[in-house]
Design a protein around this ligand. Structure first.
Ligand code: PLP
Length: 377
């Protein structure tokens, strides 16, 4: 059994994917081109934003977004403490100081009340200039944008939605990657929609940001390509990856997202009697980048992982260390007493297999093993 079964997905989509790759090879156009254009348009339309620019990966997407707000030294950027490193790495790379904010213990996403507390704290101290909020749609569930948007407006801060895991999720029918002033996603193979290598995208309704990111992603190009008007990057999505993504996005829209939700619903129905299952608030929909249980403690997690692996069931810990415990961030002002939920979660979370090609038998086997473990404890 695979944790995320990309081989099975390829077997199902093989014909379409192979045909699209062959077309790129026969045309011989490997950067940009028809596929990239078609994909950006489809992505924007799927997420309901005016603009979408594809780029090299989800980390670059965050960097492109941060550059639009001139995030730099002396700035504070608010980042959830419980996330993948890139959410915090990118503002730090711009020279800004990350202010980590604790997360909600049931949704794993940034806690809006604690976000406002952190902003007030920075303002009161007067050392850093609050510049932007990075939200993360962790494990596929959009963050609480109603509350976060209010705070962003109150303190006049832009929201960068890190939708690397959130693509496909929604709130009241509005799709993820449309909630930020700029939103980003990743097409790393294991994400809800992944390519066969690295890939990413930025989304916005703002033409100025879009134009700036188009320039930044191609060496800071000006209207005339060989007049470079700013220092940028080489951050493009390859044509072959775009071709693969066109086929995968189609399957995601047609049935994969539904099947992810079906698998998650079955897990929750069977497991919630004995486990703390992930919570999806009213009106929200997750794209289930991960299906994550909260266990009693670290000891139970070690034992359960062993129990599962003896039964050939893979499981993963996302994430074993919150941002404030990362070695790269030692030396930041100590707010550790305010980050207790993230610290606790990092000891207790366990993600179990999640992908749209899980069979009823797979789910049965996984649930039985998890329930038997509790009976044996
Ligand atoms: C995967 C991920 C990223 C980075 O995406 P890459 O394409 O791997 O660069 C950023 N943020 C979060 C929350 C992620 O899960």
């Amino acid at each position: 059994m695979q944790f995320i079964d990309l081989q099975k997905q390829y077997q199902v989509l093989k014909q379409g994917i192979d045909r699209r790759i062959e077309k790129v090879l026969s045309v011989g156009h490997y950067i940009g081109g028809e596929e990239v254009k078609e994909l950006s348009e489809k992505l924007a339309s799927y997420c309901g934003t005016k603009y979408c620019l594809t780029c090299a990966n989800g980390t670059d997407a965050l960097t492109l977004a941060l550059r639009c707000f001139n995030v730099s030294r002396g700035d504070a950027v608010f980042v959830p403490d419980f996330t993948f490193f890139a959410s915090a790495e990118t503002p730090a790379l711009e020279g800004a100081t990350c202010v980590f904010v604790d997360v909600d213990e049931r949704t794993f996403n940034i806690d809006a009340d604690k976000l406002e507390e952190a902003i007030k704290e920075v303002l009161k101290e007067g050392k850093l200039n609050p510049k932007a909020i990075i939200t993360v749609d962790l494990f596929g569930l959009p963050a609480n944008y109603k509350a976060i948007r209010k705070i962003a407006e109150k303190y006049n801060l832009p929201i960068i939605e890190d939708g690397a895991q959130g693509f496909g999720g929604s709130i009241d029918g509005k799709k993820a990657c449309s909630f930020g002033d700029i939103s980003t996603t990743s097409f790393f193979p294991a994400k809800p929609v992944g390519c066969y290598g690295d890939g990413g995208a930025v989304f916005t309704d703002n033409k100025d940001y879009y134009d700036l990111m188009c320039s930044l992603a191609v060496h800071g190009k000006g209207a005339y390509k060989y007049d470079n008007v700013r220092i940028g990057y080489n951050s493009r999505l390859d044509t072959i990856q775009a071709a693969i993504l066109l086929e995968k996005l189609d399957a995601f829209e047609k049935y994969e997202l539904t099947d992810r939700n079906r698998a998650a619903a079955e897990y929750t129905e069977r497991l919630s009697k004995k486990y703390v299952a992930p919570e999806v608030p009213q009106g929200f929909e997750s794209s289930w980048a991960q299906y994550t249980l909260i266990l009693k403690d670290e000891r139970e997690r070690v034992e359960l992982q062993k129990w599962l692996s003896e039964r050939n069931i893979p499981s993963m810990v996302y994430y074993p260390k919150p941002m404030h415990e990362q070695s790269a961030f030692t030396g930041l002002p100590d707010r550790n007493d305010k980050l207790k939920v993230s610290s606790e979660l990092s000891k207790k979370v366990l993600s179990i297999p999640m992908h749209p090609y899980l069979t009823a038998d797979d789910i049965e086997k996984i649930c039985n093993a998890l329930l038997e473990f509790k009976d044996n404890e």
